[in-house]
Design a protein around this ligand. Structure first.
Ligand code: SF4
Length: 473
Protein backbone atom coordinates (compact mmCIF):
# COMPACT_ATOMS: atom_id res chain seq x y z
CA UNK A 1 0.00 0.00 0.00
CA UNK A 2 1.28 3.52 -0.77
CA UNK A 3 0.54 6.66 1.25
CA UNK A 4 0.30 8.86 -1.77
CA UNK A 5 -2.02 11.81 -1.18
CA UNK A 6 -5.32 11.42 -3.04
CA UNK A 7 -6.08 13.02 -6.39
CA UNK A 8 -6.80 16.74 -6.23
CA UNK A 9 -10.52 17.13 -6.88
CA UNK A 10 -10.36 20.42 -8.72
CA UNK A 11 -13.99 20.47 -9.83
CA UNK A 12 -15.32 19.96 -6.30
CA UNK A 13 -12.89 22.55 -4.90
CA UNK A 14 -13.87 25.12 -7.53
CA UNK A 15 -17.57 24.55 -6.99
CA UNK A 16 -17.09 25.07 -3.28
CA UNK A 17 -15.12 28.28 -3.93
CA UNK A 18 -17.79 29.63 -6.28
CA UNK A 19 -20.48 29.04 -3.65
CA UNK A 20 -18.39 30.87 -1.00
CA UNK A 21 -19.85 34.38 -1.16
CA UNK A 22 -17.24 35.84 1.20
CA UNK A 23 -14.37 34.45 -0.90
CA UNK A 24 -15.96 35.72 -4.09
CA UNK A 25 -16.39 39.20 -2.61
CA UNK A 26 -12.82 39.25 -1.31
CA UNK A 27 -11.26 38.04 -4.57
CA UNK A 28 -13.38 40.52 -6.52
CA UNK A 29 -12.03 43.31 -4.33
CA UNK A 30 -8.37 42.33 -4.03
CA UNK A 31 -7.51 41.09 -7.50
CA UNK A 32 -8.24 44.23 -9.59
CA UNK A 33 -6.13 46.32 -7.18
CA UNK A 34 -3.13 43.96 -7.50
CA UNK A 35 -3.39 43.89 -11.28
CA UNK A 36 -3.67 47.64 -11.58
CA UNK A 37 -0.68 48.24 -9.30
CA UNK A 38 1.46 45.95 -11.44
CA UNK A 39 0.25 47.39 -14.74
CA UNK A 40 0.93 50.97 -13.55
CA UNK A 41 4.53 50.41 -12.49
CA UNK A 42 5.32 48.24 -15.49
CA UNK A 43 4.02 50.96 -17.82
CA UNK A 44 6.61 53.34 -16.34
CA UNK A 45 9.48 51.31 -17.75
CA UNK A 46 10.06 51.60 -21.50
CA UNK A 47 12.70 48.87 -21.18
CA UNK A 48 10.30 46.37 -19.57
CA UNK A 49 10.30 43.96 -22.52
CA UNK A 50 14.07 43.95 -22.75
CA UNK A 51 14.32 43.36 -18.98
CA UNK A 52 12.04 40.35 -19.37
CA UNK A 53 14.19 38.97 -22.19
CA UNK A 54 17.39 39.53 -20.20
CA UNK A 55 15.92 37.81 -17.14
CA UNK A 56 14.70 34.86 -19.21
CA UNK A 57 18.13 34.61 -20.87
CA UNK A 58 19.98 34.58 -17.53
CA UNK A 59 17.66 31.91 -16.18
CA UNK A 60 18.09 29.75 -19.27
CA UNK A 61 21.85 30.08 -19.00
CA UNK A 62 21.64 28.99 -15.34
CA UNK A 63 19.44 26.02 -16.21
CA UNK A 64 21.87 24.94 -18.93
CA UNK A 65 24.78 25.08 -16.44
CA UNK A 66 22.92 24.35 -13.24
CA UNK A 67 25.18 21.77 -11.65
CA UNK A 68 28.33 23.86 -12.05
CA UNK A 69 26.67 26.98 -10.55
CA UNK A 70 25.32 24.92 -7.66
CA UNK A 71 28.80 23.53 -6.97
CA UNK A 72 30.25 27.03 -7.09
CA UNK A 73 27.59 28.21 -4.65
CA UNK A 74 28.32 25.28 -2.34
CA UNK A 75 32.04 25.96 -2.29
CA UNK A 76 31.55 29.70 -1.66
CA UNK A 77 29.05 29.15 1.19
CA UNK A 78 31.33 26.53 2.74
CA UNK A 79 34.39 28.79 2.42
CA UNK A 80 32.48 31.49 4.31
CA UNK A 81 31.79 29.11 7.21
CA UNK A 82 28.29 27.96 6.25
CA UNK A 83 27.19 24.35 5.82
CA UNK A 84 25.47 23.15 2.66
CA UNK A 85 23.03 20.22 2.74
CA UNK A 86 21.58 18.53 -0.35
CA UNK A 87 18.05 17.18 -0.20
CA UNK A 88 16.69 15.08 -3.02
CA UNK A 89 13.12 15.13 -1.73
CA UNK A 90 10.79 16.58 0.86
CA UNK A 91 11.36 13.80 3.42
CA UNK A 92 15.13 14.22 3.23
CA UNK A 93 14.88 18.00 3.63
CA UNK A 94 12.59 17.61 6.64
CA UNK A 95 14.96 15.07 8.20
CA UNK A 96 17.98 17.37 7.72
CA UNK A 97 16.25 20.31 9.37
CA UNK A 98 14.59 18.41 12.22
CA UNK A 99 17.92 16.68 12.99
CA UNK A 100 19.61 20.07 13.11
CA UNK A 101 16.96 21.37 15.52
CA UNK A 102 17.09 18.25 17.70
CA UNK A 103 20.87 18.01 17.85
CA UNK A 104 21.12 21.63 19.00
CA UNK A 105 18.31 21.45 21.51
CA UNK A 106 16.18 23.98 19.61
CA UNK A 107 12.70 24.47 21.09
CA UNK A 108 11.59 27.71 19.47
CA UNK A 109 11.79 28.55 15.80
CA UNK A 110 10.75 31.61 13.79
CA UNK A 111 10.15 31.37 10.06
CA UNK A 112 9.90 33.87 7.25
CA UNK A 113 9.43 34.04 3.49
CA UNK A 114 9.36 30.48 2.37
CA UNK A 115 7.00 28.66 0.04
CA UNK A 116 9.69 26.00 -0.30
CA UNK A 117 9.23 24.99 3.34
CA UNK A 118 5.47 24.85 2.68
CA UNK A 119 6.27 22.55 -0.22
CA UNK A 120 8.07 20.12 2.10
CA UNK A 121 5.50 20.48 4.96
CA UNK A 122 8.26 21.46 7.34
CA UNK A 123 6.25 22.96 10.20
CA UNK A 124 4.42 19.74 11.04
CA UNK A 125 7.70 17.80 11.08
CA UNK A 126 9.37 20.30 13.39
CA UNK A 127 6.39 20.36 15.71
CA UNK A 128 6.40 16.55 15.81
CA UNK A 129 10.06 16.84 16.81
CA UNK A 130 9.05 18.98 19.79
CA UNK A 131 9.81 22.50 18.49
CA UNK A 132 7.42 25.42 18.39
CA UNK A 133 7.38 27.06 14.94
CA UNK A 134 5.93 30.52 14.36
CA UNK A 135 5.46 32.16 10.97
CA UNK A 136 6.48 35.80 11.22
CA UNK A 137 5.30 37.39 7.98
CA UNK A 138 1.88 38.85 8.66
CA UNK A 139 0.01 36.90 5.97
CA UNK A 140 1.69 33.60 6.85
CA UNK A 141 1.07 34.25 10.53
CA UNK A 142 -2.65 34.69 9.84
CA UNK A 143 -2.93 31.49 7.80
CA UNK A 144 -0.97 29.62 10.47
CA UNK A 145 -3.38 30.86 13.16
CA UNK A 146 -6.31 29.82 10.94
CA UNK A 147 -4.82 26.35 10.35
CA UNK A 148 -4.76 26.96 6.61
CA UNK A 149 -2.11 27.10 3.94
CA UNK A 150 -1.17 30.18 1.89
CA UNK A 151 -3.43 30.77 -1.09
CA UNK A 152 -1.09 32.99 -3.11
CA UNK A 153 2.66 33.05 -3.67
CA UNK A 154 3.25 36.49 -2.24
CA UNK A 155 -0.10 37.41 -0.68
CA UNK A 156 -0.85 34.25 1.33
CA UNK A 157 -3.95 35.65 2.96
CA UNK A 158 -5.47 37.39 -0.04
CA UNK A 159 -8.53 35.13 0.26
CA UNK A 160 -9.44 36.36 3.74
CA UNK A 161 -11.44 39.55 4.39
CA UNK A 162 -10.17 41.82 7.16
CA UNK A 163 -13.28 41.15 9.29
CA UNK A 164 -12.45 37.44 9.33
CA UNK A 165 -8.90 38.20 10.43
CA UNK A 166 -10.27 40.44 13.18
CA UNK A 167 -12.46 37.57 14.45
CA UNK A 168 -9.55 35.15 14.21
CA UNK A 169 -7.35 37.40 16.38
CA UNK A 170 -10.10 37.70 18.99
CA UNK A 171 -10.48 33.91 19.07
CA UNK A 172 -6.84 32.90 18.97
CA UNK A 173 -5.04 35.77 20.66
CA UNK A 174 -7.74 36.95 23.08
CA UNK A 175 -7.37 40.59 22.00
CA UNK A 176 -10.21 43.12 21.53
CA UNK A 177 -11.78 43.19 18.06
CA UNK A 178 -9.64 45.52 15.92
CA UNK A 179 -10.86 46.10 12.39
CA UNK A 180 -8.29 48.34 10.79
CA UNK A 181 -5.42 46.53 9.02
CA UNK A 182 -2.85 48.75 10.82
CA UNK A 183 -4.26 47.74 14.20
CA UNK A 184 -4.21 44.07 13.30
CA UNK A 185 -0.63 44.40 12.07
CA UNK A 186 0.33 46.07 15.38
CA UNK A 187 -1.19 43.22 17.40
CA UNK A 188 0.68 40.63 15.34
CA UNK A 189 3.91 42.59 15.62
CA UNK A 190 3.65 42.70 19.41
CA UNK A 191 3.08 38.94 19.63
CA UNK A 192 5.87 38.21 17.17
CA UNK A 193 8.41 40.43 18.88
CA UNK A 194 8.49 38.02 21.83
CA UNK A 195 8.88 35.10 19.43
CA UNK A 196 11.89 36.69 17.75
CA UNK A 197 13.55 37.29 21.09
CA UNK A 198 13.00 33.70 22.28
CA UNK A 199 13.82 31.83 19.06
CA UNK A 200 16.98 29.75 18.83
CA UNK A 201 16.59 28.99 15.12
CA UNK A 202 15.38 31.10 12.20
CA UNK A 203 14.23 29.43 8.98
CA UNK A 204 13.83 31.33 5.71
CA UNK A 205 13.48 30.73 2.03
CA UNK A 206 15.85 32.22 -0.52
CA UNK A 207 14.82 34.41 -3.44
CA UNK A 208 18.17 34.23 -5.17
CA UNK A 209 21.56 32.69 -4.33
CA UNK A 210 24.64 34.21 -5.95
CA UNK A 211 27.10 31.53 -7.02
CA UNK A 212 30.18 33.79 -7.35
CA UNK A 213 29.98 35.12 -3.78
CA UNK A 214 27.86 32.58 -1.85
CA UNK A 215 25.38 35.36 -1.02
CA UNK A 216 21.78 34.49 -0.16
CA UNK A 217 19.26 37.15 -1.17
CA UNK A 218 15.91 37.55 0.57
CA UNK A 219 13.40 40.09 -0.74
CA UNK A 220 10.54 41.22 1.49
CA UNK A 221 8.45 44.16 2.68
CA UNK A 222 8.01 43.67 6.42
CA UNK A 223 11.53 43.16 7.74
CA UNK A 224 10.67 39.85 9.37
CA UNK A 225 13.13 37.85 7.28
CA UNK A 226 15.81 40.27 8.42
CA UNK A 227 14.93 39.64 12.07
CA UNK A 228 14.64 35.90 11.47
CA UNK A 229 18.17 35.77 10.07
CA UNK A 230 19.80 38.27 12.42
CA UNK A 231 18.47 37.37 15.86
CA UNK A 232 18.45 33.54 16.42
CA UNK A 233 21.81 31.82 16.74
CA UNK A 234 21.09 29.37 13.90
CA UNK A 235 19.84 30.31 10.44
CA UNK A 236 18.54 27.61 8.11
CA UNK A 237 17.87 28.77 4.55
CA UNK A 238 15.93 26.47 2.23
CA UNK A 239 16.13 26.93 -1.54
CA UNK A 240 15.12 25.04 -4.65
CA UNK A 241 18.01 24.24 -6.98
CA UNK A 242 16.72 26.75 -9.54
CA UNK A 243 17.26 29.80 -7.31
CA UNK A 244 20.94 30.16 -8.11
CA UNK A 245 22.21 33.15 -10.16
CA UNK A 246 25.75 33.33 -11.55
CA UNK A 247 26.83 36.83 -10.54
CA UNK A 248 25.87 39.68 -8.25
CA UNK A 249 25.45 41.83 -11.37
CA UNK A 250 22.52 39.61 -12.44
CA UNK A 251 20.62 40.46 -9.30
CA UNK A 252 19.68 43.99 -10.34
CA UNK A 253 17.63 42.65 -13.26
CA UNK A 254 15.65 40.34 -11.01
CA UNK A 255 15.12 42.87 -8.25
CA UNK A 256 13.53 45.22 -10.77
CA UNK A 257 11.18 42.67 -12.27
CA UNK A 258 10.28 40.94 -9.00
CA UNK A 259 9.05 43.99 -7.11
CA UNK A 260 7.06 45.35 -10.04
CA UNK A 261 5.50 42.01 -10.96
CA UNK A 262 4.82 40.84 -7.44
CA UNK A 263 3.46 43.74 -5.46
CA UNK A 264 3.34 46.55 -7.99
CA UNK A 265 6.17 48.36 -6.21
CA UNK A 266 9.13 50.06 -7.86
CA UNK A 267 11.39 48.40 -5.31
CA UNK A 268 10.89 46.04 -2.40
CA UNK A 269 11.25 47.55 1.07
CA UNK A 270 13.94 45.15 2.32
CA UNK A 271 16.54 43.29 0.29
CA UNK A 272 18.84 41.30 2.58
CA UNK A 273 22.14 40.02 1.22
CA UNK A 274 23.51 37.39 3.58
CA UNK A 275 27.08 36.33 2.96
CA UNK A 276 28.08 33.68 5.50
CA UNK A 277 27.37 33.43 9.24
CA UNK A 278 28.48 36.02 11.80
CA UNK A 279 32.19 36.74 11.65
CA UNK A 280 34.51 37.64 14.51
CA UNK A 281 33.86 41.23 15.56
CA UNK A 282 30.35 41.40 14.09
CA UNK A 283 27.46 42.15 16.40
CA UNK A 284 24.59 40.38 14.71
CA UNK A 285 23.85 37.49 12.39
CA UNK A 286 23.68 33.79 13.16
CA UNK A 287 26.53 31.78 14.64
CA UNK A 288 25.59 28.92 12.32
CA UNK A 289 24.33 29.15 8.75
CA UNK A 290 22.88 26.09 7.03
CA UNK A 291 21.79 26.13 3.41
CA UNK A 292 19.48 23.30 2.35
CA UNK A 293 19.39 22.90 -1.44
CA UNK A 294 16.28 21.04 -2.50
CA UNK A 295 15.56 19.04 -5.63
CA UNK A 296 12.11 17.51 -4.97
CA UNK A 297 11.23 16.95 -8.62
CA UNK A 298 13.10 19.91 -10.08
CA UNK A 299 15.82 17.89 -11.82
CA UNK A 300 13.07 15.79 -13.37
CA UNK A 301 11.48 18.99 -14.63
CA UNK A 302 14.86 20.18 -15.91
CA UNK A 303 15.17 17.02 -17.97
CA UNK A 304 11.75 17.59 -19.54
CA UNK A 305 12.18 19.71 -22.70
CA UNK A 306 8.48 20.63 -22.81
CA UNK A 307 8.37 22.00 -19.26
CA UNK A 308 11.91 22.88 -18.18
CA UNK A 309 11.52 26.64 -18.60
CA UNK A 310 8.99 26.57 -15.74
CA UNK A 311 12.15 26.55 -13.60
CA UNK A 312 12.72 30.16 -14.63
CA UNK A 313 9.90 31.10 -12.22
CA UNK A 314 10.81 33.70 -9.59
CA UNK A 315 7.55 33.19 -7.64
CA UNK A 316 6.22 36.70 -8.20
CA UNK A 317 2.55 35.65 -8.37
CA UNK A 318 1.69 37.91 -11.31
CA UNK A 319 0.30 34.99 -13.33
CA UNK A 320 -2.03 34.15 -10.45
CA UNK A 321 -3.38 37.69 -10.28
CA UNK A 322 -4.03 37.69 -13.99
CA UNK A 323 -5.60 34.24 -14.39
CA UNK A 324 -9.43 34.32 -14.68
CA UNK A 325 -9.64 30.85 -13.14
CA UNK A 326 -7.48 31.75 -10.12
CA UNK A 327 -9.33 35.03 -9.66
CA UNK A 328 -12.60 33.17 -9.20
CA UNK A 329 -11.48 29.92 -7.65
CA UNK A 330 -8.83 31.26 -5.22
CA UNK A 331 -5.59 29.46 -4.40
CA UNK A 332 -6.94 26.70 -2.15
CA UNK A 333 -8.98 25.22 -5.00
CA UNK A 334 -5.74 24.01 -6.59
CA UNK A 335 -5.24 21.68 -3.61
CA UNK A 336 -1.50 22.23 -3.47
CA UNK A 337 1.16 24.68 -2.34
CA UNK A 338 1.50 26.29 -5.76
CA UNK A 339 -1.72 27.66 -7.24
CA UNK A 340 -2.68 29.49 -10.42
CA UNK A 341 -1.12 28.88 -13.84
CA UNK A 342 2.35 28.19 -12.47
CA UNK A 343 0.84 25.82 -9.91
CA UNK A 344 -1.04 24.00 -12.66
CA UNK A 345 2.37 23.30 -14.24
CA UNK A 346 4.50 22.71 -11.13
CA UNK A 347 2.10 20.52 -9.16
CA UNK A 348 1.80 17.80 -11.83
CA UNK A 349 5.57 18.01 -12.31
CA UNK A 350 6.41 17.79 -8.58
CA UNK A 351 3.56 15.67 -7.23
CA UNK A 352 2.78 13.52 -10.26
CA UNK A 353 0.26 13.70 -13.04
CA UNK A 354 -2.01 11.15 -11.40
CA UNK A 355 -2.56 13.34 -8.38
CA UNK A 356 -2.84 16.61 -10.30
CA UNK A 357 -4.28 15.49 -13.61
CA UNK A 358 -7.11 18.05 -13.58
CA UNK A 359 -4.97 21.12 -12.86
CA UNK A 360 -3.71 21.74 -16.43
CA UNK A 361 -7.36 22.01 -17.45
CA UNK A 362 -7.90 24.93 -15.04
CA UNK A 363 -7.14 27.56 -17.64
CA UNK A 364 -8.96 29.41 -20.35
CA UNK A 365 -5.66 29.57 -22.32
CA UNK A 366 -6.26 33.30 -22.77
CA UNK A 367 -2.45 33.82 -22.46
CA UNK A 368 -2.81 36.63 -19.90
CA UNK A 369 -0.43 34.70 -17.60
CA UNK A 370 2.24 34.49 -20.30
CA UNK A 371 1.89 38.19 -21.08
CA UNK A 372 2.60 39.24 -17.49
CA UNK A 373 5.24 36.66 -16.62
CA UNK A 374 8.46 38.64 -16.07
CA UNK A 375 10.63 35.71 -17.16
CA UNK A 376 8.52 34.90 -20.22
CA UNK A 377 7.40 31.41 -19.27
CA UNK A 378 5.02 30.02 -21.88
CA UNK A 379 2.54 28.81 -19.29
CA UNK A 380 -0.36 28.24 -21.72
CA UNK A 381 1.91 26.20 -24.02
CA UNK A 382 2.89 24.03 -21.05
CA UNK A 383 -0.72 23.61 -19.97
CA UNK A 384 -1.64 22.42 -23.47
CA UNK A 385 1.33 20.04 -23.39
CA UNK A 386 0.22 18.64 -20.02
CA UNK A 387 -3.36 18.27 -21.27
CA UNK A 388 -2.10 16.36 -24.28
CA UNK A 389 -0.09 14.09 -21.95
CA UNK A 390 -3.16 13.51 -19.77
CA UNK A 391 -5.18 12.54 -22.84
CA UNK A 392 -2.41 10.37 -24.33
CA UNK A 393 -1.83 8.46 -21.11
CA UNK A 394 -5.54 7.97 -20.47
CA UNK A 395 -5.39 10.05 -17.27
CA UNK A 396 -7.84 12.68 -18.46
CA UNK A 397 -11.49 11.82 -17.69
CA UNK A 398 -13.29 10.00 -20.55
CA UNK A 399 -15.49 13.07 -21.14
CA UNK A 400 -12.45 15.30 -21.76
CA UNK A 401 -10.82 12.67 -23.95
CA UNK A 402 -14.00 12.39 -25.98
CA UNK A 403 -14.29 16.16 -26.38
CA UNK A 404 -10.61 16.51 -27.30
CA UNK A 405 -11.01 13.65 -29.82
CA UNK A 406 -14.03 15.31 -31.40
CA UNK A 407 -12.28 18.69 -31.42
CA UNK A 408 -9.19 17.17 -33.09
CA UNK A 409 -11.36 15.45 -35.71
CA UNK A 410 -13.14 18.66 -36.69
CA UNK A 411 -10.05 20.90 -36.59
CA UNK A 412 -8.06 18.65 -38.92
CA UNK A 413 -9.69 19.80 -42.15
CA UNK A 414 -11.34 23.07 -43.23
CA UNK A 415 -14.38 21.18 -44.57
CA UNK A 416 -14.92 19.39 -41.24
CA UNK A 417 -14.38 22.67 -39.35
CA UNK A 418 -17.11 24.35 -41.43
CA UNK A 419 -19.37 21.33 -40.99
CA UNK A 420 -18.91 21.61 -37.20
CA UNK A 421 -19.93 25.30 -37.39
CA UNK A 422 -23.03 24.47 -39.41
CA UNK A 423 -24.00 21.67 -37.01
CA UNK A 424 -23.41 23.95 -34.03
CA UNK A 425 -25.56 26.73 -35.50
CA UNK A 426 -28.32 24.24 -36.17
CA UNK A 427 -28.15 22.69 -32.71
CA UNK A 428 -28.01 26.00 -30.84
CA UNK A 429 -31.45 26.97 -32.14
CA UNK A 430 -32.73 24.84 -29.27
CA UNK A 431 -30.72 26.59 -26.54
CA UNK A 432 -29.56 30.08 -27.66
CA UNK A 433 -31.55 33.20 -26.72
CA UNK A 434 -30.46 36.77 -27.46
CA UNK A 435 -26.96 35.78 -28.55
CA UNK A 436 -26.31 33.77 -25.38
CA UNK A 437 -26.59 30.17 -24.28
CA UNK A 438 -27.70 30.00 -20.67
CA UNK A 439 -27.58 26.24 -20.33
CA UNK A 440 -25.72 23.65 -22.42
CA UNK A 441 -26.66 19.97 -22.19
CA UNK A 442 -24.30 17.33 -20.69
CA UNK A 443 -21.37 16.78 -21.31
CA UNK A 444 -20.90 20.51 -21.99
CA UNK A 445 -23.07 21.66 -19.07
CA UNK A 446 -20.05 22.69 -16.97
CA UNK A 447 -19.38 25.57 -19.37
CA UNK A 448 -22.67 27.22 -18.47
CA UNK A 449 -22.95 26.20 -14.81
CA UNK A 450 -21.84 29.63 -13.58
CA UNK A 451 -22.15 31.94 -16.60
CA UNK A 452 -23.75 32.06 -20.05
CA UNK A 453 -21.73 31.02 -23.09
CA UNK A 454 -21.77 33.23 -26.20
CA UNK A 455 -23.81 31.77 -29.06
CA UNK A 456 -22.13 31.05 -32.40
CA UNK A 457 -22.50 33.96 -34.84
CA UNK A 458 -25.37 33.44 -37.25
CA UNK A 459 -23.05 34.04 -40.22
CA UNK A 460 -19.71 32.18 -40.31
CA UNK A 461 -16.64 34.44 -40.42
CA UNK A 462 -15.59 33.13 -43.82
CA UNK A 463 -18.98 33.98 -45.35
CA UNK A 464 -18.93 37.41 -43.70
CA UNK A 465 -15.40 38.04 -45.01
CA UNK A 466 -16.35 36.99 -48.53
CA UNK A 467 -19.37 39.28 -48.59
CA UNK A 468 -17.30 42.16 -47.22
CA UNK A 469 -14.56 41.81 -49.80
CA UNK A 470 -17.10 42.18 -52.50
CA UNK A 471 -18.74 45.21 -50.82
CA UNK A 472 -17.66 48.68 -49.68
CA UNK A 473 -14.51 49.04 -47.55
S1 SF4 B 1 5.29 31.84 -13.69
FE1 SF4 B 1 6.00 33.91 -14.13
S2 SF4 B 1 4.31 35.23 -13.48
FE2 SF4 B 1 3.95 33.22 -12.53
S3 SF4 B 1 4.89 33.35 -10.52
FE3 SF4 B 1 6.44 32.50 -11.91
S4 SF4 B 1 7.61 34.27 -12.62
FE4 SF4 B 1 5.72 35.07 -11.74
Amino acid sequence: MTNRPPRIDLIRNVERALRDASLQRQMGKAMPASRKARADVVAELPEWESLRSTAAGIKDHVLANLESYLRQLESQVSALGGTVHWASGAAEARAIITDLARSRGVRRIVKSKSMTTEEISLNAALEAAGARVVETDLGEYVVQLAGERPSHLIAPVIHKPTEEIADLFVRKLGVPRYERPEELARVAREVLRAEFLAAEMGITGVNFAIAESGTLVIVENEGNARLTTARPRIHVAVMGIEKVLPRMADLSVFLRILARSGTGQRASVYVSLLTGPRRAGETDGPEELHLVILDNGRRRLLADPGLRTALRCIRCGACQNECPVYRHAGGHAYGSVYAGPIGAVLTPAYEGMERARDLPFASTLCRACADVCPVKIDLPGMLVELRARAVRTGLAPWRDRMLVGAWTFFMRSPARFMLAGDLGRLAQRLVARGGKIERLPYPLSGWTAHRAAPALASTPFRAWWKSRQGGPR
